[in-house]
Design a protein around this ligand. Structure first.
Ligand code: GLN
Length: 540
């Protein structure tokens, strides 16, 4: 195929309609039909990336192999497409303005007045084309963050208008994701919000080619005709996007209504055959799962599950792998004190301490880890979770009462976790952590190597602190196993405990690499250990 095709996804009416899932699902279907696809997320905010934003503002920061801190939608793209994203798969207004301003200071604009049109819009279009070039894709899908009508997204929409103008009509497509609510009082599906949202889009000069209508029920033909008429779209291009039980059912539903076929027809591409039965069977099987297991997540942002998006996804994948529904019990470690642990952990078959920053809630995390260790409950510590496991073991097993991380006590006499050498001179916050993929060497006869079934692994990092080697020998002698280290032997990447059914900590973020069709081995084995623990209680 010679010409690249571009599909732009805009959102209308309200946010949270699942644009990221929609685009990932279509991407998966196109990929299943033998097309090479890539996805670009355009974020309208002025931050250069979400790395410095609070989880309350932005949810999870998704780290790519090449160390970019990106939008959490890239996680969906990777999980659905089973394809790694890179820095260029996410661009923000901040990045685009920053690049344009740097060029302006260098004099690259040769005295011109630098303006949104054409300089910013050109820079946006360069980003779009760059993804196609870098990935050798047949089809580039572009997700525009936010909702039509937002002031921030105007330059993106204008750039797309220009992009379309400079390409052949069947090289680009605009898909608008909208909401068609059912109003119970009137006993009717309402099309007006969609009409208004498309009106805004057309005012900007973008005529959608297809409308993806989120609804809790199928749209009857007259409703589709009405939407089509008011929005200047043929009724066949008004697509049902129905509520489904799991997000992994979305591609199956799209395939049923022929969304991918419509898209290919409009782009003038062949309808190559596809077989998604493997995916479909996995979803069907999961929907019929009868048993449950409960895992406690002891963290700080428990009321904000967007902060743990990839962890939640990894548990869904592990549930699929182990034929079990994993119930996540969210516990805020700020109020999780030892006296309530017996009650809180009574129905729990596994305890996970996720990544995090800052001192708030640390004591609760340490106490949860101690509880897991002493009661032989399967434990999984991720990044900060590993660091806390080392602090807990040092304090309660080695007897070093004031062992700490220098993140929480800069003058700790026993800094079992301390700042990495490379971090000591760092002055600016954005993009300066240890970020991206690093290799790790696993030790034989460990739970780690049993899970991965290979001795060198590559995992993604996002942290400033690390295990302090001055305490390595003492901890090892006391029963802590250093199960994963950097190839130069300097950095402790994984730990575990000998006399415990499953107690594993990792300095990296394995959740970022769990995919719908490839469950992460550590999550898979953690859930398997939890099931074993649960059956132990049941048979007691
Ligand atoms: N705050 C810790 C550090 O910077 C852990 C980071 C994390 O959990 N991602 O090392």
């Amino acid at each position: 195929m010679n010409k690249k095709k571009y599909i732009f996804f805009t959102g209308g009416v309200v946010s949270s309609l699942g644009k990221g899932i929609a685009i990932s699902s279509l991407g998966y279907l196109l990929q299943s039909r033998g097309y090479k696809v890539s996805i670009l997320k355009l974020d309208p905010y002025i931050n250069v990336d979400p790395g410095t934003m609070s989880p309350y503002q932005h949810g999870e920061v998704y780290v790519t192999d090449d160390g970019a801190e990106t939008d959490l939608d890239l996680g969906h793209y990777e999980r659905f497409l089973n394809q790694s994203m890179a820095r260029f798969n996410n661009a923000t207004s901040g990045q685009i303005y920053y690049e344009v301003l740097k060029k302006e200071r260098k004099g690259d604009y040769l005295g011109a007045t630098v303006q949104v049109i054409p300089h910013i819009t050109d820079a946006i279009n360069e980003k779009i084309k760059y993804v196609g070039e870098q990935t050798d894709s047949d089809i580039v899908l572009v997700e525009i963050g936010g909702t039509v009508g937002d002031i921030e997204s105007l330059p993106f929409l204008e750039a797309i208008r220009q992009f379309r103008l400079s390409h052949d009509p069947d090289d680009t497509l605009v898909v608008h994701l909208t909401l068609v609510p059912f109003v119970a009082g009137a006993n009717e599906l309402k099309t007006k919000p969609t009409q208004h949202s498309v009106m805004r889009l057309r005012e900007i000069g973008l005529q959608p080619d297809a409308l993806l209508c989120r609804s809790d029920r199928e749209l009857p033909a007259p409703v589709k005709q009405k939407i089509g008429l008011f929005c200047n779209v043929r009724a066949e291009a008004v697509i049902d996007a129905l509520d489904v039980e799991t997000i992994y059912e979305v591609p199956v539903q799209y395939a049923q209504v022929g969304f991918d076929q419509l898209v290919l027809r409009k782009l003038g591409l062949n309808l190559r055959s596809m077989d998604i039965s493997g995916w479909q069977n996995r979803v069907e099987r999961f929907k019929n799962v009868q048993r449950d297991v409960t895992i406690a997540i002891c963290g700080k942002y428990v009321e904000l599950q967007d902060a743990y998006k990839s962890i939640i996804a990894a548990f869904t994948h592990s549930g699929m792998e182990n034929d079990v529904h994993v119930n996540l019990k969210w516990l805020n470690t700020e109020s999780l004190t030892p006296d309530i642990m017996e009650t809180e952990f009574k129905d729990v078959a596994g305890i996970l301490v996720p990544g995090g920053f800052g001192e708030r809630g640390i004591e609760g995390k340490l106490a949860s880890i101690r509880y897991a260790r002493e009661h032989k409950i399967p434990f999984f510590g991720i990044c900060l979770g590993l660091q806390c496991a080392v602090i807990e073991y040092s304090r309660n097993v080695l007897g070093i009462k004031d062992a700490n991380s220098t993140e929480f006590d800069a003058n700790s006499p026993h800094p079992v976790i301390h700042l990495m050498e490379t971090q000591k001179s760092v002055k600016v916050l954005g993009g300066t952590m240890r970020l991206g993929t690093y290799p790790c060497q696993l030790k034989p006869n460990t739970k780690a190597i049993k899970a991965y079934k290979k001795s060198v692994i590559n995992e993604r990092h996002r942290h400033r602190y690390e295990f302090n080697n001055a305490y390595r020998q003492q901890l090892e002698e006391a029963g802590m196993v250093i199960s994963g280290i950097s190839p130069d032997g300097e950095l402790v990447e994984m730990i575990e405990l000998k006399d415990h059914p499953w107690f594993v900590g990792c300095q990296f973020h394995p959740e970022l690499k769990s995919r719908m069709q490839h469950t992460h081995p550590l999550f898979r084995d953690f859930v398997a250990a939890a099931l074993k623990f649960q059956s132990g209680i049941e048979t007691e």
